[in-house]
Write a protein that binds this ligand. Structure first.
Ligand code: ARG
Length: 457
């Protein structure tokens, strides 16, 4: 098969070598972006008098035809034409004849592929931002329904202090807010045009890069042609932002997995997001949460793969850079899919309020209340800590909790204790009182919900 670039070659590579080098099996995902870029390029060629206006029109018609076919899944690509760019050029020439060969005037696949990926990521990052917002809305709705739902908060996975479940959910709301800001901020680096950088050095044709940038709704152009075709920072940044967001999702997955275990029983997943066991009839496994936690690893992998691919590359384009695509596509699919699953999974989550509450009464997560109580009555906090630590020890010895000690036992430990301690160590009171800024106190959580509502406007 004669190559589109075959002029200087004496023989054609063997089929398996072609297959090894080809990217069409995956870069066909860029078909619409590639056509969009070509439409802008050919319009500019016509406007700048580089090709005849009639030729430009003919090529545009051909490209629009290909676009229609692509949208209907009617385009057939071949490994003989290596990648999406050459496949489309070949299909164009088949469609409209040799004039199609004028499309590539003043352009290289190097600026072409970079343009495609900028267009692709621009659209998907916007989509991801919308999905994050929907997920934040879901979290916020759940938070609103659970302001006074209390559960033990943990440090070191040991019960620490009781908190409002809404407060816990809102922690993820704010993580996602930062994730969203990072994606949003990255758009200004994604949204610039490398088109017209040529192979590496620009072109002798009187092209208008600003015109193509404008047609493709880019906000500006790469200042340096070598940088324009060599830069994959915007993809690294995307993978990095995705890794960070997946890490947040993965932490929530881990919590959901714990919470729906027999040991916690704090929540129940809707059947849609769980699966059974082929052997053990009683099982309801939190597969989707486990999968998202697992997929986080592959997103990190894509980040490291691309950083490693790029680290030794001389300017400008090198074929190594063809390796930038699969990880990017896979990350887009993983991130979008994970967010979609999460929207449904949290939206339908059954919160077992009674189990959560019960857990706060059968632990020592109210011990800090007692220490604070003594400290408020003037005892140095360090001493108060010691007194309460001893009381906790006594309880553990007796197999009871702090609420079960008698007033006399408290007063033996310190004369500062009076009968109001029982109210103080009630988990509900303990949560209600934590009204420092950013704290879990119910009134503060209500304020936080109002702020979160505002952040989504
Ligand atoms: N398939 C190539 C890639 O994805 C397109 C650019 C090829 N450029 C070249 N000079 N071989 O990177």
């Amino acid at each position: 098969m004669k190559k589109l670039w075959g002029g200087r070659f004496q023989k054609t590579p063997e089929k398996w070598v072609d297959e090894f080098g080809a990217s069409i099996s995956f870069d066909k995902e860029l078909v619409l972006e590639d056509l969009e870029g070509s439409l802008a390029h050919v319009h500019m060629l016509g406007q700048c008098g580089i090709i005849e206006p009639a030729e430009a029109e003919q090529i545009k018609t051909g490209l629009l035809l290909l676009k229609e076919k692509a949208e209907n899944g009617k385009l057939v690509f071949s490994v003989d034409y290596e990648d999406i760019h050459l496949n489309l050029e070949k299909l164009l020439i088949d469609e409209i004849g040799p004039v199609g060969g004028k499309l590539h005037t003043g352009r290289s696949r190097n600026d072409q592929v970079a343009t495609d990926m900028h267009l692709y990521l621009k659209n998907h990052v916007k989509e991801i931002i919308q999905l994050i917002t929907s997920f934040q809305q879901t979290l916020l709705e759940k938070a609103k329904a659970n302001v006074e739902t209390i559960l033990p908060g943990y440090t070191h996975l040991q019960r620490a202090q009781p908190i409002s479940f809404a407060h816990h959910l809102l922690a993820y709301f704010w993580m996602l807010e930062r994730d969203k800001q990072r994606f949003d901020e990255s758009l200004k680096r994604i949204n610039i045009s490398p088109l017209g950088c040529g192979a590496l050095a620009g072109t002798t044709f009187p092209i208008d890069r600003h015109l193509t940038a404008e047609l493709l709704q880019f906000e500006g152009i790469y200042e340096n042609s070598l940088d324009g075709v060599s830069d994959r920072d915007f993809i690294v940044e995307f993978l990095s932002n995705s890794s960070l967001m997946m890490m947040h999702l993965s932490r929530l997955c881990e919590e959901l997995i714990l919470w729906c275990s027999q040991e916690f029983q704090f929540v129940e997943l809707d059947d849609t997001y769980a699966t059974g066991s082929s052997m053990m009839p009683q099982k309801k496994n939190p597969d989707m949460a486990e999968l998202i936690r697992g997929k986080t690893g592959r997103v990190y992998g894509h980040l490291f793969a691309l950083l490693t691919t790029l680290k030794g590359l001389p300017l400008a384009y090198n074929k190594d850079m063809q390796e930038d695509k699969e990880g990017m596509f896979d990350t887009v699919r993983t991130v979008e899919g994970s967010l979609q699953i999460f929207i449904g999974m949290i939206g339908t989550l059954k919160v077992k309020k009674e189990k959560m509450k019960k857990a706060t009464t059968e632990d020592f997560s109210n011990a800090t209340e007692l220490a604070d109580y003594l400290a408020k009555k003037g005892m140095p906090f360090r001493e108060a800590h010691e007194v309460v630590g001893k009381l906790v020890y006594t309880c553990i010895e007796k197999g009871i909790y702090l609420k079960d000690l008698s007033l006399e036992e408290y007063q033996d430990a310190s004369s500062l204790f009076t009968s109001d301690i029982f109210e103080t160590i009630d988990p509900y009171t303990a949560v209600a009182k934590r009204i420092s800024d950013g704290g879990t106190g119910f009134s503060k959580v209500k304020e936080a919900i109002a702020k979160a509502d505002k952040a989504l406007l």
